[in-house]
Design a protein around this ligand. Structure first.
Ligand code: ADP
Ligand code: ZN
Length: 442
């Protein structure tokens, strides 16, 4: 991509260099020691884990090596729901200093809690993540992740504070004002979902603000899947380097893994605090090295909510090669999506992020899209809704739609329809974007 990125030289500045570059053998020894502790803690203090381990015929004393983790049962989202609100907590109520909950579109939310130690660890890991992504002490961090029960806002807030940055606690929404303050306060770092970042670029353009001329240098984007094409789009519109950050409330919140500024190639998962496995979704068995699978995470140091072998439903690959930045921690090679976001259209598996990768960058269409799934007879049909870029003659819409259909068929292998809309028709993201409208059960 031939666009100017306002970046300082990538130096591998580290917030906790000893932990981040720990030799693998030492990291493994630390993981085993911590795994034994957390299994004992969960078994002794969480009714659910006592029952689940007893039922699986495994006791904390059976964990003698890291491989023994496969003896433990998985934890799934419904385990948290079934123990709503606080029965998964492993500490007395008066030691819980913060409660968050996931958005939970259906039914009860999943509730998570943090001790003082947990909040400290989270701030440290988020500070570590932000530094890894190129943020530096003394910079202004514009935080547009939603504040509230969602872990994004407060997670990034505490991490930036811990790193020694000046945080602007914007949250989502009020986008005109965001643009003005980003420019006036000279933010170096923007934290937001990638879809909301895109919304910001559009509003800035309407306001006549050239974001490439601001002080902004890094975007730390996550909480939803986004494609390489979207990264290039955002990097060029902002004139920044965009880094991917990953997390989930059940495990901690943002800061579980992040791309480094040096390699920008896969997210370092912090293995001194989490144990990462990749399993075959069907069999639950480990996948071969380098193969895609479902990410399973065990917390190694969490006090209030220890979680053993959490099935994230997120699909990725792991890379254990040493990274150019010098960090030794495993890399999570992007998240294609959750397996529950996967659409099956006429027998073809499709992730919204694959469609995004196709659409963003196509001439004449704006980087906004929605996928509509409906049923006709026994067949599921996919309609891809896109927007024409401003000033496209309506006479061209038909031709553009045909191009979209053709590209998706040839690259993803699925037949779909495309609907081209005038600029501004599709909903704009305020946080996590809604990519799929499922009309099948309506
Ligand atoms: P909710 O479950 O309500 O969406 P969370 O904030 O806990 O709330 O969401 C965590 C989920 O968000 C992850 O399991 C994953 O599916 C998604 N996610 C987070 N970060 C990323 C990322 N960088 N890329 C892709 N998906 C992500
Ligand atoms: Zn790296």
């Amino acid at each position: 991509m031939a666009h100017a990125i306002k970046q300082e030289t990538s130096d591998p500045y580290m917030y906790q260099p000893e932990a981040e570059t720990m030799p693998r053998e030492q990291l493994a020894a630390l993981q085993l020691e911590r795994l034994q502790k957390v299994v004992a803690h969960a078994y002794a203090n969480v009714g659910h884990y006592k029952k689940a381990l007893d039922a699986a015929g495994v006791s904390p004393a059976d964990i003698q090596s890291l491989d023994d983790i496969t003896k433990l049962p998985f934890t799934v989202k419904t385990d948290l729901r079934d123990n709503y609100p606080f029965d998964m907590f492993a500490v007395p109520q008066d030691q819980v200093l913060r409660i968050h909950a996931s958005s939970g579109t259906t039914g009860k939310p999943t509730v998570v809690g943090y001790t003082e130690g947990d909040l400290n660890m989270w701030s440290d890991l988020m500070a570590r993540s932000m530094a890894c992504a190129g943020a530096r002490p003394g910079q202004v961090v514009h935080n547009a992740y939603g504040y509230g029960l969602f872990t994004g806002g407060l997670g990034a807030h505490d991490g930036a504070t811990r790193l020694g940055c000046a945080v602007v606690p914007m949250s989502g929404g009020n986008t005109e004002r965001q643009v003005m303050l980003m420019e006036d306060f000279g933010a170096s770092v923007l934290c937001s979902t990638p879809s909301y970042a895109l919304n910001i670029t559009e509003v800035a353009e309407q306001q006549g603000v050239d974001l490439r001329k601001t002080n902004l240098k890094r975007g730390i984007f996550g909480a939803e899947p986004w494609s390489q094409a979207m990264r290039e789009e955002l990097e060029s519109l902002f004139g920044i380097k965009a880094l991917n950050i990953y997390g989930l409330s059940e495990i901690m919140g943002p800061g579980v893994a992040v791309e480094c500024d040096v390699a920008q190639d896969g997210m370092h998962g912090w293995e001194d605090h989490f144990l990462f496995e990749l399993i075959d979704q069907e069999t639950g068995q480990p996948v071969a090295e380098g193969e895609p699978g479902e990410l399973v995470i065990t917390t190694l140091t969490k006090e209030a909510l220890p979680i053993l072998r959490y099935r994230t439903r997120d699909i990725t690959r792991l890379n254990r090669e040493t990274c150019a930045c010098g960090r030794t921690h495993v890399r999570i090679m992007g998240i294609t999506g959750r397996n529950d976001d996967m659409l099956i259209i006429r027998g073809v598996n499709v992730f919204p992020s694959q469609v995004e990768a196709m659409l963003v960058g196509l001439p004449n269409i704006a980087p906004h899209y929605q996928l509509v799934v409906s049923r006709e007879g026994t067949m599921d049909t996919l309609t891809v809704e896109v927007e024409a870029v401003p000033n496209t003659p309506e006479a061209d819409y038909d031709r553009i739609a045909k191009e979209v259909v053709h590209h998706i068929k040839s690259m993803i292998g699925v037949s779909c329809r495309a609907s081209v809309m005038p600029p501004g028709e599709l909903p704009r993201s305020q946080g996590k974007a809604v990519r799929v409208r499922d009309l099948r059960n309506k």
